[in-house]
Write a protein that binds this ligand. Structure first.
Ligand SMILES: Cc1cc2nc3c(=O)[nH]c(=O)nc-3n(C[C@H](O)[C@H](O)[C@H](O)COP(=O)(O)O)c2cc1C
Length: 312
């Protein structure tokens, strides 16, 4: 049952009817509140307080909590509604203006449950590595994914004499396809550039970054027209940018898992890239992948306590 509305009630002129709707259209449940009960309930809701309202039948009660309000009825039925929703409906019904109190946020430092007693300044990302390699009680082995995350490092120096096996390319593309996307509409397109001339031209469109001419070049484009959701175009564009970014990030991790390295290219002249690859879609990034000349350790990161702010 979902709470539907508050409406006037001919049985109690200054009270109201609260209506819940079931799955079927004719499946409705109504609770009638008399004036005294409605006033008491509104008293709690306007103060933002938790509390109890006893109904006239001397059995049923309304329990108001900050998040949910429960109506426990004499027929042993219980109906629920989010307190904020009930407040809005009842204040609108009584035409009482209501300005929600702003929530004050005091972010705190974040302390992970794993602590390092003596931090070794020589070891980079020590805490991050500890957390990623921690073996919890997961049903499947988490190790591999977290090891890939802990060891990934961008490269701009590819061994261009080594070609990437096709099965690896396929895995990289398939991994990108597993990424979540807004409404699962997958608002992006991946352009797999094999042509050497096009790769060279992409170097120019990427501020002359030479490593864009890599063994594997994937251009990620936003395709908001795929996102069939009833939102303004600005939102659909934002979704498609996030979709394209996520799929590239999944592929980047997969490449690392396969012993390859990559560099994410965000510094691109979008109009030039569009012209070079022959598309109307806006490119968001280029992922350049290959075997590295040398596999390097990951870069240092911020401390988690500086990165994460806790709101309790
Ligand atoms: C949004 C974004 C844009 C980037 N653009 C470029 C770029 O145009 N050229 C480049 O050489 N690296 C680029 N990078 C790569 C970053 O410099 C690199 O990921 C960062 O230094 C962290 O290193 P790591 O990937 O080894 O952890 C970009 C990365 C991201 C996420």
């Amino acid at each position: 049952m979902e709470f539907l509305r508050a409406e006037s009630c001919y049985l109690s002129k200054d009270g109201c009817r609260l209506v819940w709707q079931g799955i079927d259209e004719d499946d409705q449940h109504v609770i009638v509140l008399v004036k005294k009960e409605l006033d008491q309930l509104l008293g709690l809701l306007t103060k933002g307080a938790a509390g109890k309202v006893e109904l006239e039948d001397e059995f049923s009660i309304i329990l108001v909590n900050t998040d949910t309000t429960q109506f426990q009825l004499k027929e042993y039925k219980t109906f629920e509604v989010r307190t904020g929703v009930l407040r809005k409906h009842l204040l609108d019904y009584r035409k009482i203006p209501y300005a929600p109190k702003p929530i004050k946020i005091y972010p705190k430092e974040f302390y992970p449950s794993i602590e390092i007693e003596k931090e070794d300044e020589q070891i980079q990302n020590q805490l991050l590595n500890e957390i990623l390699s921690y073996k919890g009680q997961a049903a499947v082995s988490e190790d591999q994914l977290f090891r890939v995350m802990a060891t990934r490092r961008s490269t701009r120096n590819f061994d261009t004499s080594r070609r990437i096996e096709e099965w690896k390319v396929e895995k990289i593309l398939a991994a990108g396809d597993t990424a979540p996307s807004a409404g699962n509409f997958q608002g992006f397109k991946v352009v797999y550039v094999k042509n050497q001339e096009i790769k060279k031209r992409l170097v120019e469109a990427a501020n002359n970054q030479p490593y864009v001419n890599a063994p594997l070049v994937l251009v990620y484009c936003m395709d908001p027209s795929r996102v069939k959701m009833n939102f303004p175009s600005k939102i659909l564009k934002k979704f498609s940018l996030q979709d394209a970014t996520l799929t590239a990030a999944y592929s980047q991790l997969a490449a690392s898992a396969l012993g390859l390295s990559s560099i994410w290219i965000g510094m691109i002249d979008e109009e030039k890239v569009k012209e070079i690859i022959g598309t109307d879609l806006q490119p968001s990034s280029i992922l350049c992948i290959g075997y590295p000349h040398q596999k390097r350790p990951p870069k240092p990161r911020r401390k988690l306590k500086d990165l994460v702010h806790v709101i309790e």
